[in-house]
Design a binder for this molecule. Structure first.
Ligand SMILES: Cc1ncc(COP(=O)(O)O)c(C=O)c1O
Length: 380
């Protein structure tokens, strides 16, 4: 075990007006789901995303669930999504009784492969949820084209990609709906929190109605549909307002960390980085590497164990959803084959990424990775 202080994989940057605004929200007594911070956040976040509206909700999973409800996705419907994502993307599909159908990722983006979509479309397919994985936008023009040809909706899962851009346009504005998470490890956070962004007025009305127990926004205590309580508190929105004030600064700091990682790790055999498509301005969420065992001399899991012994926390890439108990039987019956997903899931890992990570800590991480590679090389 290391005698050096532990380094976590993620930490929020709460160094601006977060505390002040939370106190302000408390003193105002507006602590539930109405309040000036909520109004301000919804206005500001829509502006950031280039949409007409943003609806704050209690987390990113709920944002997906609410989107599928608003699009009237039902039992028996099929929804295409990548297998290489957080489980929430597929769970939300199941909440409305629909079936997630897994599509492979493009090795050039690590996001859903537009060329593989058509093979998975059946008469039951209703929509596509591309995930902007680890901050890199999916190829939305190609995805939207397939969707238009087949009459499908598209929902961007932008939980990990705040402020990313696709061909100069912000993620969130690239499909009918987009969802975000503000969980504590995200670039913009309120601890727990989420948002749906939208521009179509009818869809916005439906989202708003369903979010607030189904109440008609124009008639108090009249409930035309069965709705949900998916609201966010004004206290959480206070944190988000402070985060948005410094969003560019937070992103810039993380970009610097990404550049340092690339410099420090660039010449280690067997270590590769997340690709960046020519049209992408990715969000610098968690820095990713892949470890090619043959060239590095160790597996990804061995490297993670060695780093853990040095007090350095890392994360493996998501376990592909099509291999997990709730989804594997369906995937097996359909014969889903996802080779690019399988390779990435085996070899990928996230390194510590957060504003307060010091230069010395970065050096320590890089040295530990370099040492892990060398240790094996010298033992041949
Ligand atoms: C791709 C993706 N979708 C959805 C979610 C769900 O968000 P939350 O944890 O806020 O419910 C997350 C992560 O947290 C995610 O990474």
């Amino acid at each position: 075990m290391s005698d050096q202080p532990p380094i976590r994989v993620a930490a929020p940057d709460l160094g601006g007006n977060e505390e002040r605004y939370v106190v302000e929200a408390l003193r105002s007594t507006w602590i539930s789901s109405t309040g000036a911070f909520l109004d301000r956040f919804e206005r500001d976040f829509a502006a950031v995303c280039g949409t007409r509206h943003a609806l704050a909700v209690c987390n990113g999973t709920v944002a997906l669930h609410l989107s599928l409800l608003a699009l009237d996705v039902r039992r028996g419907d099929e929804v295409l999504l990548p297998s290489l994502t957080y489980v929430a993307t597929a769970n939300a599909v199941r909440y409305v009784g629909a079936e997630p159908v897994f599509v492979d990722v493009d090795p050039g983006t690590w996001c859903i492969d537009p060329d593989a979509l058509e093979d998975s479309i059946t008469p039951r397919t209703r929509g596509i949820i591309p995930v902007h994985l680890y901050g890199h936008p999916a190829d939305m023009d190609a995805i939207n084209h397939v969707a238009a040809v087949h009459g499908l909706w598209v929902v961007e899962d932008a939980a990990e990609a705040h402020l990313a851009k696709y061909k100069g346009r912000p993620v969130g504005s690239l499909a009918r709906l987009a969802t975000f998470s503000f969980y504590g490890n995200k670039i913009i956070t309120s601890g727990e929190g989420g948002a749906v962004v939208v521009s179509e007025p009818q869809l916005e009305l439906r989202l708003r109605t369903l979010r607030g127990q189904g109440m008609d926004p124009a008639r108090r205590y009249y409930f035309p549909v069965t709705g949900y309580n998916f609201r966010l508190t004004n206290i959480a929105a206070a944190i988000l307002c402070a985060q948005l004030e410094r969003a560019d600064e937070i992103v810039e700091r993380r970009r610097q960390l990404f550049a340092s990682y690339r410099e420090l790790l660039g010449d280690i055999p067997g270590v590769s980085f997340q690709p960046v498509a020519g049209w992408a301005e990715p969000a610098p969420w968690l820095f990713c590497i892949t470890v090619e065992e043959r060239d590095f001399g160790r597996s990804r899991d061995d490297l993670m164990r060695m780093l853990a012994r040095d007090g350095i926390e890392t994360r493996p890439f998501f376990i592909p959803l099509h291999t997990l108990p709730p989804f594997r039987e369906g995937a097996r019956k359909r014969g889903d084959l996802l080779p690019a997903t399988d390779i990435l899931a085996r070899s990928g890992m996230n390194l510590p990424t957060y504003s307060s990570l010091a230069a010395g800590e970065l050096e320590r991480i890089a040295t530990a990775i370099r040492h892990a590679a060398r240790a094996r090389a010298t033992s041949y």
